[in-house]
Ligand binder design. Structure first.
Ligand SMILES: Nc1ncnc2c1ncn2[C@@H]1O[C@H](COP(=O)(O)OP(=O)(O)O)[C@@H](O)[C@H]1O
Ligand SMILES: [Mg+2]
Length: 269
């Protein structure tokens, strides 16, 4: 597991361009102490949005990258043996509650079901974290907020979030930004000019229109930004798009060839 604290409060706020009313919904949920879920495909800006909001609200951020082996103890804490002594070490969720932070569980559907049990009393009106091993129950301070994200496209493969958990939360649906905004994001994040960013966004939108059965995922805003960054280093648009947009998407040689043709259609060199 991987948990990080965010940058010091005086650092420059992470750049985030709102695409709908997500800033208002997040702020209202924070003020009303409601937990939040962000739904959206990979690379659409979920993590960046949470980083931006934590900074804007002036609240520390603790991010937990979930995976299938995460247990409740990983979140809450455990006794560790150090130099013949057992010492209790808070997990990232407990630290977030004690400290009054935004706790962001990234890709929560990949976490095991027993971890969501510990989230229930935190997510409802009790706002309580039960630390069974310590026989302690912590009441979350006002500036604690639980935020989870997941990719709804994976729901059929991975186990669903329990209804009882879902209905305790408010939700924001995120998708790839509309063209004008996505162009602006690519320019801002990479420093390439607007005309070349516009070509990349057109290409991405063409790939996004392909039959879903040929590709498990489509080109995300993230892969557009990576492509633009390679171009900033002097790679041709086609070479950059092949390296950062095409090849990461698929290992299938026929689909690779097809996507290569689309790249050649949309990018001049
Ligand atoms: N609305 C946005 N404003 C600014 N940058 C964005 C936005 N959406 C996507 N990005 C860019 O895309 C990248 C990937 O976004 P990220 O938040 O990591 O996606 P997710 O968490 O949904 O997988 C970011 O690092 C950033 O460069
Ligand atoms: Mg993310």
């Amino acid at each position: 597991m991987h948990a990080m604290a965010n940058a010091p409060a005086d650092a420059k706020p992470p750049y985030y361009l709102p695409t709908a009313n997500e800033v208002e919904v997040f702020s209202a949920a924070y003020k009303q102490k409601l937990p939040l879920m962000l739904k959206g495909p990979t690379g659409c800006g979920k993590t960046r949005f949470v980083e931006h909001m934590a900074h804007a609200l002036g609240v520390p951020l603790i991010t937990i990258a979930c995976h299938e082996d995460i247990t409740a103890a990983d979140l809450v804490g455990r006794y560790l043996l150090t130099g013949g002594e057992t010492v209790w070490v808070d997990g990232p969720l407990t630290r977030a509650v004690r400290q009054g932070a935004i706790c962001y569980l990234d890709e929560i559907v990949e976490a095991r079901a027993d971890t969501t049990v510990v989230l229930h009393p935190l997510a409802d009106h009790r706002r309580e974290l039960n630390i069974e091993r310590l026989g302690e129950s912590l009441h979350a301070p006002d500036n604690f907020m639980l935020v989870v994200s997941y990719n709804p496209g994976y729901q059929s493969v991975l186990k669903d979030l329990k209804q009882s958990t879902r209905q305790r939360m408010v939700a924001i649906e995120m998708g790839y930004p509309l063209s004008d905004k996505e162009i602006e994001i690519v320019v801002q994040e990479s420093g390439i000019d607007k005309a070349r960013a516009a070509d990349l966004v057109k290409l991405a939108n063409a790939i996004r229109k392909l039959d879903a059965s040929s590709l498990p995922e489509v080109s995300s805003t993230r892969t557009l930004v990576s492509t633009a960054r390679l171009m900033k280093e002097g790679l041709t648009p086609r070479a950059a798009a092949t390296a950062a947009m095409l090849l990461p998407l698929t290992d299938d040689s026929e689909i690779t060839r097809g996507l290569g043709e689309i790249i050649a259609t949309y990018l001049q060199n």
